[in-house]
Ligand binder design. Sequence first.
Ligand code: ADP
Ligand code: MG
Length: 619
Amino acid sequence: MNKENTSSRLPVMSGKRAHTNSSDGEQQQPAQKMRRVDAEPAQKFRPAASVVPPRRPAAVKAPVKALRPTGAATVAVAPARGDQKKPVAAVAKAAGLGASRRPGWDLKGKVSDMEAKVQNYQSKIKSVNLENDHLKDSITKAQKHKTEIEDENKGLKKRIGECEEELEKLATVKDDLAQTSTERDGLKKDLSNLSEEHKVLEGLRDHLESELRNIQTQLAIQTSTLRQCQDSLKESQELVRNLEETVARQREELHIGEMERRKLHNTIQELKGNIRVFCRVRPLLTGNQSDVLHIQLPAHDNKALTLAKTEESHTGRTADTQKSYNFSFDRVFGPRSSQREVFEEISLLVQSALDGYNVCCFAYGQTGSGKTFTMEGGDVEDMWGVIPRAVQQIFKSAKALQEQGWEYSFTASFVEIYNETLRDLLYTGKPNKRPEHEIRKLSNNEITVTNLTYQQVNNEDEVHNLIMLANQNRSTARTGMNDHSSRSHSVFQLDIEGQNSDRDTKCKSVLCLVDLAGSERVQKSQSQGERFKEMTSINSSLTNLGIVIAALANKESFIPYRNSKLTYLLQNCLGGNSKTLMFVNIAPEEESFSESLNSLRFASKVNDCVIGTASANRK
Ligand code: ADP
Ligand code: MG
């Protein structure tokens, strides 16, 4: 848009309007329309001016001033341009004045006035058209300008959008900034804390450094001590090695010594005789021991015993005859001998059992002579008999032999032989379900009893419990069967198995401790029925025991073990490969004289036997 054009043309248009203002309303309209059209862009422009960058200020300001209605009025009164317009105004004025002045008849004058008027109007139309063209032209320009401004406006709006986006971004940045500064404050605080800690740590470090120095000094000392220790350790190790060699050598020597001891021990036992008979006289249960006159025990000889009896003369003419019977045994124990003393003598045989020899110990004698007391004894340890003491010694010795590499295992059984029938004394089942038993000889010559309880035992207490159980089983029978125990044999058997895995040596043996049935003879006339049967079986089994021992002594080719259950069960403990000890128990009462004599005679027969040299069951 051109500033000069706008300012130069518009006043012309306005000036003309001022002339026609009161005269013609119709012609006024285009001017008013034009003004409205022009005014709008001017007004729209105003707010834009504040936003539009100052690159085109002149172009915008100019039309505003020019189009203001007041401006137009001012222009209208401004001096008209050129002379061409003056006649028009003059003609109009003249026409108006002429019409009022011309007389009615002056038609010619009026026509000329009208013509002048028409001319005036035509020229006016011409100028109005001209002006209209101008206005159209300026409208076109204004529209073009509007389009430009609208484009610009769009650009600006876009820019505003961008700015707003930027503003939003900036708001986020502001938030971030606030957060960052909070973080910074926190970090500052941390920093101050850390620097305090740092100070503390520095102090600590200094302390530790000084300690380290101390430790290093100590370490140096310790290192030198260690070196000394290592040296002495080496010496000690050398010493230990030497000692170990010595120990190994001594172990070997010990083993050789142990085997030597076993051999020598056995030699001694053999020299003492593989079958030995001990006699034990029970004390009087009532009264004074000095009342026992018929049994004489020489003070200087503990192997002799004399049974003496004064026989009255039948005729009365001759003096009473003193009959005495002398016996000698491996050992005779008087009424005052204690259980401990008795056991001392047989403990050597128990040792033989651990060394691998079968050992059998019997108690023979009439009922009430002290067989059970000798074999089992009382409950107090002082009163213990052979069985508990043997068990005690066995477990003790087995433990001692452990150090030489010997491991032992023990199996106990307890059987009663009544009327040639076996009864398990360790049976714990129902009485009416008692199984029957048979003695069997295995292919390896071992003897076993079918259905019998063979109980593994690991210590004395277990064995004591078994003995108690056996006693209960026996006593039950006693009440029911009129002291059945005195008419039955009871056999306690301990199977011993030893193994020295270091030396690949094994040994196996049996320790048999037998409480025999009462040996008293009952007069045949007095015994009947069950009692007769009992008597017969006891007599035959005890007689057979004597026969077997005699046959063994005479080295007979046939030994009648099978003749009784007792000898059949004990066959491995009797003879060749074993050591046998027989206690003959004597009752001190005078009325037992003849029974005592019988017992001593039986025992003497056994004592006369020399059983073949035993050999240990080594594998
Ligand atoms: P047995 O078994 O031979 O029938 P016991 O051993 O039952 O005989 O002995 C009979 C009684 O004599 C028991 O009361 C027992 O305590 C007692 N007795 C046996 N021998 C001795 C002894 N050496 N010292 C003390 N009392 C004994
Ligand atoms: Mg008894």
